[in-house]
Design a protein around this ligand. Structure first.
Ligand SMILES: *Cc1c(COP(=O)(O)O)cnc(C)c1O
Length: 430
């Protein structure tokens, strides 16, 4: 499969180059030249296929010959080696639980797929790939866990000292081996600025095989299609496709869902459920895309001012907003609504929502007609946001065993000032 840049000024590349580069030289996002249509028989009989086979069939056309079939199957199997259940909460509302992976959030799937693809591509080179990322919390954990002990790859994660949660810090600082945590005496923007300097430093990029694990990378975006196929596999009303509500920040997840749908997975319509960061709901309403700074909310992984994947959604619909609106509605929930949703769902169904999933639950209920059946995409385990969740349910959460053992591990990180020469020296030591 070939990929072109959505900015239109860079040459086409194959999957391998799109993955290693992350972004096109003209700063555009890469986009596949074709949508791979799934055979009707496959969609109709999806219940007969294993999760691994479904994932392989969805992804193989986008990788093409860049990874040979046996290796790709191995990568796919390692990517989804945890359960992804569709749970019925009440007769017309289901939750697809995407948070049973190692870091208890759905980003595990994309990060695991990407790490293994990069490792495979690096194995043909004489140099190791160095993945350099700045994190404000969640991404770093998914990246650290996904790349842990993956051959041929070293990972350097910059995080702001004192500004990530204790669980998040443990996720970054306890793996060791090929995962290197740099605790920066600054804020997230300082971390990001250091990383940007490194990528712009030609002297450094000549000497090192440097790449980012950015969320716009095609190898993180494309595997998310699999969620929607696995939801369909488990959907009990095959002659009545679901309305699917997706908690959306950077719009990568919902965009992958739309790609899966255009490939043949039945969905009645999508709901892009946002928090108070409502640039896209506003755009749907007014036709104007204004820019405003991100505001902090309880669903902080969705506090995105300018969702970078939205341009991919437009591309899927001939760059025409009205075409998008025929399939997708965009909605917003305040923190007060999110809190009330967590409270009510716990009271009525004894089910604990995390704040992101609660935004999608509320978005579904505000935007469906009576009797319409729907799926809420559950993106994080509530234990990742214990204070907000416990306050609104009035009930203490139990720590899953994986988190308990994580908290007892020894941490190790390198402390660093906001100083580019120090970072460069650190990187050149690899
Ligand atoms: C990243 C994230 C989201 C938003 O996903 P996008 O693909 O950026 O729209 C939603 N929920 C959780 C828990 C996340 O970590």
């Amino acid at each position: 499969m070939q990929y072109y840049s959505l900015n239109g000024h860079s040459p086409m590349v194959d999957f391998k180059e799109a993955t290693i580069k992350g972004q096109a030289p003209d700063k555009g996002l890469y986009f596949p030249r074709e949508i791979a249509i799934l055979p009707k028989e496959f969609v109709k009989n999806i219940e007969e296929y294993s999760n691994e086979e479904i994932a392989y069939r969805l992804l193989q056309p986008y990788i093409g010959e860049d990874i040979e079939p046996g290796q790709l199957r191995k990568i796919v199997n390692e990517t989804i080696n945890f359960p992804i259940p569709l749970k019925e909460i009440e007769p017309s509302t289901f939750i697809l639980e995407l948070f049973h992976g190692p870091t208890l959030a759905f980003k595990d799937v994309g990060a695991r797929f990407m790490s293994r693809c990069l490792s495979w591509f690096a194995s043909g080179h004489d140099r190791k790939i160095i993945v350099l990322v700045a994190t404000s919390g969640d991404t770093g954990g998914a990246v650290a866990s996904s790349f842990y002990e993956v051959p041929n790859v070293e990972v350097v994660i910059l995080y702001p000292s004192g500004k990530v949660s204790p669980i998040q810090e443990k996720q970054l600082t306890t793996p060791g081996k090929n995962i290197h945590a740099l605790e920066i005496a600054g804020n997230f923007d300082d971390c990001q600025a250091l990383v940007k300097k490194a990528f712009a430093d030609n002297d450094l990029t000549r000497k090192l095989f440097l790449t980012s694990a950015n969320s716009i990378n095609v190898a993180r975006w494309l595997p998310q299609q699999v969620y929607y196929a696995l939801a369909w596999k488990q959907w009990p009303y095959k002659n009545e496709p679901p309305v699917v509500s997706v908690p959306s920040g950077n719009f990568g997840n919902i965009c992958a869902g739309l790609l899966a749908h255009l490939s043949g997975i039945p969905v009645k319509r999508f709901i892009a459920a946002c928090n108070a960061n409502d640039v896209i709901p506003q755009y749907f309403q007014t036709g104007n895309r204004i820019s405003k700074p991100a505001v902090p909310t309880a669903s902080n992984a969705m506090d995105v001012a300018d969702p970078s994947n939205f341009i991919r959604i437009l591309e899927l619909f001939e760059r025409n907003l009205d075409n998008v609106k025929a399939k997708v509605c965009a909605t917003t929930s305040s923190d007060a609504e999110t809190a009330a949703t967590i409270h009510e769902v716990f009271q009525q169904y004894n089910y604990t929502l995390d704040p992101h999933t609660a935004v999608a639950w509320n978005g579904l209920n505000k935007n469906r007609s009576h009797g319409e059946k729907g799926i809420v995409i559950g993106t994080a385990h509530p234990i990742k946001f214990p204070d907000f969740v416990e306050y609104n349910t009035g009930s203490k959460l139990a720590y899953p065993p994986s988190v308990q053992s994580l908290l007892s591990l020894d941490a190790s990180s390198t402390q660093m000032k906001v100083d580019y020469p120090d970072l460069k020296e650190f990187l050149l030591a690899f």
